[in-house]
Ligand binder design. Structure first.
Ligand code: TYD
Length: 331
C-alpha cells in the first residue's frame, strides 16, 4: 500500500545500503542513519512521522562475535531496546486515546533465548523457560524481559516474536549458509564446528517477514509468538546439501565436488546442540505457516548468491576480511 516506512539503521558492518538499492528511490521509504539508543533522534522521528507501529529488528546477532566481544551486544540489544521502549512510551503517552489503542511495538527476538535442546526433547513452545547460553542470547533474553515488563507495568502495547535461524537473499556472509556458499565459490575450506551434528530449524526470510506482518495485524497484545521453518537439519547435512547444489549449478573447474573443501574445526565454546520451534500458536491463532521447504528455499538462496556476486564483493569489506582471517584462519 502507500504507507511510509521509516528505516532507522545504524549501518554497522553487517548493514549496507546496497541491500536497499531497489527501494532507495521509492518515496515511501525514509532512510535515517542512526542508533535506536539515540533518544533525541528517536524522539524527533516519532514527532515528525507519527508511526502507527515500531518493529524492532535492530540487534547485534552473531554468536561468535558475542563470544569475542560482548560489549556491543549489551549496548545495542539491551540498552538500545530499553531506550527505544522508553522514548516511544513517553511519546505514545501523549497521543490521543484512539492512536494509543491502535499503536503497536513489535519486538523481533530469537529462539536462542530458550537455550539448547537434546535430540529427543520436544520443540520450544512459548512456555519454555528462558535459559540463554551465549552473551548474544543473554542480551536478547534481557531485551525480551524489558519488553514484557513495559506491557505489564505501563500497558504499553507490545508483541514479541521468537524466530529460528533465518536464511535467504541479502544475508551477511558471516552466518552459516551464506558463509558456506561464499567460501565454497572462493575455493576456501568450509569450516564445520565440532562434530557437525548440531541442529538448527531453518526459516526462509520471506516466511519470517510474512509472519511478522501477520502478528502485527492480528497478534494479541503482550503475547509471544514462536516462528519456525519446520526444517530441522544437522549442520553437516546443510553444508553437504549446499555443496551438492553448487556442484550442479556451478561445477568446480577441476570437476571435483565442493564437499572436498569441508573441514571439521574446533567447536564454538558453549555451542548449543539443538534449536527447534513449535509454531502451533502462531498457526492456530493467526493462521501463519511457512510456505518454503528447506530444499526450495535453499535452491532460491544459492541462485540469488550466484547472481549477486557484486553485492557480495561490496559487503565483504576490509573489516570483514580481517574477522574471517582471525576467526577461521588463526592469523
Ligand atoms: P550461525 O549461522 O552462526 O547461527 P546460530 O549460531 O545463531 O545458530 O550458525 C548456525 C550453526 O552452524 C551453528 O550450529 C554453528 C554452525 N557453524 C559452523 O559449523 N561453522 C561456521 O563457520 C558457522 C558460522 C556456524
Amino acid at each position: 500500500n502507500d504507507e511510509k516506512i521509516i528505516n532507522l539503521d545504524k549501518l554497522t558492518y553487517a548493514g549496507n545500503l546496497h541491500s536497499l538499492e531497489s527501494a532507495l528511490n521509492d518515496p515511501r521509504l525514509v532512510m535515517v542513519r542512526g542508533d535506536i539508543g539515540d533518544t533525541n533522534l528517536v524522539e524527533q522521528i516519532l514527532k515528525t512521522h507519527n508511526p502507527r507501529a515500531i518493529i524492532n529488528f535492530a540487534a547485534e546477532s552473531h554468536v561468535d562475535r558475542s563470544i569475542l566481544g560482548p560489549e556491543d551486544f549489551i549496548q545495542t540489544n539491551i540498552v538500545g531496546t530499553f531506550r527505544l521502549l522508553e522514548t516511544t512510551r513517553h511519546w505514545w503517552g501523549a497521543q490521543s486515546a484512539t492512536d494509543k489503542k491502535s499503536f503497536r511495538f513489535l519486538h523481533v527476538s530469537t529462539d536462542e533465548v530458550y537455550g539448547s535442546l537434546e535430540n529427543e526433547d520436544p520443540a520450544f513452545t512459548e512456555e519454555n523457560r528462558y535459559q540463554p547460553n551465549s552473551p548474544y542470547s543473554a542480551s536478547k533474553a534481557a531485551s525480551d524481559h524489558l519488553v514484557r515488563s513495559y506491557f505489564h507495568t505501563y500497558d504499553f502495547p507490545v508483541l514479541t516474536t521468537n524466530c529460528s535461524n533465518n536464511y535467504g537473499p541479502y544475508q551477511f556472509p558471516e552466518k552459516l549458509i551464506p558463509l558456506i556458499i561464499l567460501r565454497a565459490l572462493r575455493g576456501e575450506h568450509l569450516p564445520v564446528y565440532g562434530d557437525g551434528k548440531n541442529i538448527r530449524d531453518w526459516l526462509y526470510v520471506t516466511d519470517h517477514c510474512r509472519a511478522i506482518q501477520m502478528v502485527l495485524e492480528k497478534g494479541r497484545l503482550g503475547e509471544v509468538y514462536n516462528i519456525g521453518g519446520d526444517s530441522e537439519r544437522q549442520n553437516i547435512d546443510v553444508v553437504r546439501t549446499i555443496c551438492g547444489l553448487l556442484d550442479k549449478k556451478k561445477p568446480r573447474a577441476d570437476g571435483k565436488s565442493y564437499a572436498e573443501q569441508i573441514t571439521y574445526v574446533t567447536d564454538r565454546p558453549g555451542h548449543d546442540r539443538r534449536y527447534a520451534i513449535n509454531a502451533k500458536k502462531i498457526h492456530n491463532e493467526i493462521g501463519w505457516a511457512p510456505e518454503e521447504s528447506f530444499d526450495s528455499g535453499l535452491a532460491k538462496t544459492i541462485d540469488w548468491y550466484l547472481n549477486n556476486i557484486p553485492w557480495i564483493e561490496n559487503v565483504t569489506s576490509g573489516a570483514y576480511q580481517e574477522w574471517t582471517r582471525k576467526h577461521y584462519d588463526g592469523q
